[in-house]
Design a protein around this ligand. Structure first.
Ligand code: ADP
Ligand code: MG
Length: 393
């Protein structure tokens, strides 16, 4: 069964009727620009064909009733109680199951964005084919699907950028994961055959044609199957290091530094903090260079930038893991044009640009290499730039 049908079936189980509609939003891969989003910098993600679907029916009550194929429970909350539930205090866990905080958090953030709107109760059923916790942003996909659905059913008339901001608000303040705006913007604004250059400070975007298929290239995702959690651990730590460094260097955000400022930063900061800064500053430049390379010379010209990005995350930002390094090394020795880890790090996925005929050789090499290192078998699949959030039915 497709995820689209699964969401409708689940809604019928929950509501004993057909949905008023089904909305979906895609996951994303980030071509380049990692940990630059919360530093007000540049990113270049694209929406992928894997999507999360929200089948929704207004239920004539004052309650939100939420289900997902991801969890075996129905979570029920009165719409008027959302303001007591959220925001979740910093460092605390949400007072509803975490997965449901993504959905209910979006409903709460929509009400905050449109305080005068009428927001009646609804049944919401979620199904998805976005791998969860793999760095492909299942979180933005669920937020985008629910935000699009309630925006229509509650007649809020918010635009795509506003809905992306609602998703981020839910993730930051309801779930308690301090992530940036990239994922939601990529998921809301995706276009077939193009990546989205996003300035995370101004939220200006530009569609950049990837040209993969014209160049006979495929983008392969190697999901290491190592799950990460954004609300804890390394992601939060890196984010705090960047904010601390910006304060020490007297700039609003690391975005305000250029490569020429690095020698002075090296004098002012301890070695670890300096390397965190160097990653962000050089990565921002690599995003802009990638856009130039894609538009002027085509996708094969971005190889060196992808390699440099991976090295910077491995050595300076220190967010790679042995499985991701192996994925990059093996795809490169088996003919990939370029490869890097993608997403927040500490697990998740790597991406590799591979010539059309080479996928099976690359996959075989990855499976053999992972097995002999004693790593879990990776999931290997291709993705292509796809449409952003939409109504499906
Ligand atoms: P990623 O966005 O890389 O997949 P995150 O940790 O940001 O990883 O988000 C994953 C979390 O989002 C899951 O643990 C779950 O709480 C929530 N989530 C994602 N997809 C679904 C879904 N289909 N149903 C319910 N919750 C989901
Ligand atoms: Mg996420």
């Amino acid at each position: 069964m497709t995820a689209l049908s699964a969401s409708s079936v689940l809604l019928e189980e929950l509501s004993r009727r057909a949905p008023d509609g089904v909305w979906s939003a895609p996951g994303r891969v980030n071509l380049i620009g990692e940990h630059t989003d919360y530093n007000d910098g540049f990113v270049l993600p694209f929406a992928i064909e894997h999507r999360t679907y929200a089948a929704v029916a207004l239920n004539g009550t004052g309650e939100l009733r939420v289900r997902s194929t991801f969890a075996d429970e129905t979570v029920v909350v009165a719409v008027d109680d959302l303001d007591d539930l959220f925001p979740t205090p910093t460092g605390a866990t949400p007072r509803v199951p975490e997965w449901a905080a993504y959905v209910l958090g979006v409903a709460w953030a929509l009400r905050e964005a449109r305080p005068d709107a009428t927001t009646p109760g609804a049944d919401i059923a979620i199904a998805s084919d976005v791998p969860v916790g793999a760095g492909l942003s299942s979180s933005a996909a669920i937020e985008g699907a629910v935000a699009s659905a309630l925006n229509d059913l509650w007649a809020l008339d918010l635009d795509r950028v506003a809905l992306a901001q609602v998703g981020r608000r839910a993730e930051n303040d309801a779930v308690g994961a301090p992530t940036g705006i990239m994922d939601q913007m990529a998921s809301m604004l995706g276009r077939p055959d193009a990546a989205t250059l996003l300035d995370c400070r101004s939220l200006e975007t530009r569609s950049v044609s990837t040209g993969f298929s014209d160049a006979d290239l495929e983008l392969v995702v190697v999901d290491t199957q190592i799950k990460h959690a954004h609300s804890t651990g390394g992601y939060r730590d890196r984010r705090e290091a960047c904010e601390r460094a910006a304060r020490l260097l007297g700039v609003p955000a690391l975005r305000d530094l250029s490569i020429d400022d690095l020698p002075q930063a090296a004098e002012l900061l301890d070695d670890v903090t300096f390397r965190r800064v160097r990653h962000v500053v050089t990565e921002n430049q690599r995003v802009l260079d990638t856009v130039d390379a894609l538009t002027q010379r085509g996708p094969r010209a971005i190889a060196g930038l992808l390699q440099a990005s991976h090295a910077s995350m491995r050595d300076d930002f220190e967010i790679s893991v042995p499985e991701l390094d192996m994925a990059v090394e093996l795809t490169m020795t088996h003919g990939a044009v370029g490869a890097r880890m993608t997403g927040g790090g500490f697990g998740g996925a790597a991406i590799a640009l591979v010539g059309n005929g080479q996928l099976s050789a690359v996959s075989d090499a990855l499976r053999r290499g992972f097995a002999s290192a004693g790593f879990k078998e990776p999931a290997i699949f291709t993705v292509s730039p796809s449409e952003g959030a939409r109504r499906d039915r």
